[in-house]
Design a protein around this ligand. Structure first.
Ligand code: NAD
Length: 270
């Protein structure tokens, strides 16, 4: 089978450089094109050099339309606005989209879903295998432990992260809500401060910590009468997400249109 031609949008970003490295290390694919936003200092530079590798002969440009036309799959870890624009291009060109961008509004998410009617889109708040296993376990635990067990989700990320709670924390919250047979929107408890009153039974609480260079720590706590059960995942480096995204792109080859998750890619049944 021919190598999968992969495009990387936002290729000079923190995830962008990790993606360039992961695609270069993986078998069966190569970096075919790369973009950055207009005005970015890395434009014109070689994607390999920016990722600390040998030259790849792929200079960063701004033409996302040309990138989608030239590639079989595109990896998007950018911003919500850019992710929506990239999804529209994926739908127009029939190019697979793997998107890990977080912080989308429900209107932006609806646009991703619309694009997935035309082309295969893999979207995950977290592309690491460990986190996806944690998602499956949290759903199962929430099913077994009734609302006598309070669910609290604590996350910590580096000081540059702009959205909170993290997409992964929300994903863990949705998994817990599914296990309980409730919707997260109705049950989530965010941003406690001051005289909050006693905890409402059955809610799912979130706390976000920011600091240093933490790549991503998540803990889901089930605090019950006389015991606490906790599931913790700590990401040591961005390569875990990048490797998962490349695996998703290779998996999506030849799939019919649809919005797929990392659980689909890994073959976990929910
Ligand atoms: P970053 O700011 O370092 O990188 C984003 C890059 O995208 C920047 O270089 C920016 O210039 C570029 N960009 C913005 N608009 C663009 C456009 N229109 N065209 C091309 N490039 C554009 O951020 P980051 O830490 O790499 O994270 C990026 C996103 O990925 C965030 O939403 C983050 O939460 C998410 N993320 C997801 C996972 C996951 O596994 N799903 C893991 C890590 C980060």
């Amino acid at each position: 089978m021919a190598e999968l031609k992969i495009g990387i949008v936002g290729a000079a970003g923190r995830m962008g450089v990790a993606l360039v490295r992961a695609v270069t290390e993986a078998r069966g694919c190569r970096v075919a094109a790369a973009t950055e936003r207009a005005g970015h200092g890395a434009l014109g530079k070689d994607a390999g050099a920016l990722a600390g590798l040998d030259l790849l002969g792929v200079a960063l440009g701004t033409d996302a339309g040309a990138l989608f036309k030239a590639c079989d799959a595109v990896l998007d870890f950018t911003s919500p606005e850019a992710a929506v624009a990239h999804a529209a291009l994926a739908a127009r060109t029939g190019t697979i989209l793997v998107t890990g961008t977080t912080g989308l509004t429900s209107a932006q998410q609806a646009k991703i879903r619309a694009a997935a009617k035309k082309v295969a889109v893999v979207q995950a708040p977290n592309f690491s295998i460990g986190v996806n296993l944690a998602l499956a376990l949290v759903e199962q635990m929430a099913q077994v432990l009734d609302d006598g067990y309070d669910i609290e989700i604590v996350e910590m990320h580096h000081r540059h992260k702009v959205d909170a709670p993290s997409g992964t924390a929300l994903g863990l919250g949705r998994a817990a809500a599914r296990g309980r047979g409730v919707t997260l929107e109705k049950m989530s408890e965010r941003g406690r401060d001051g005289i909050t009153g006693a905890r409402r039974t059955g809610t799912i609480g979130f706390a976000s910590l920011r600091g240093g260079d933490v790549v991503g720590d998540h803990t889901v706590i089930f605090a019950g009468p006389g015991e606490r059960v906790e599931i913790t995942h700590k990401a040591g480096g961005r390569e875990v997400f990048a490797r998962g995204a490349v695996r998703a792109a290779l998996w999506a080859r030849g799939r019919k249109p649809g919005l797929y998750s990392m659980a689909d890619v890994l073959g976990f049944t929910r």
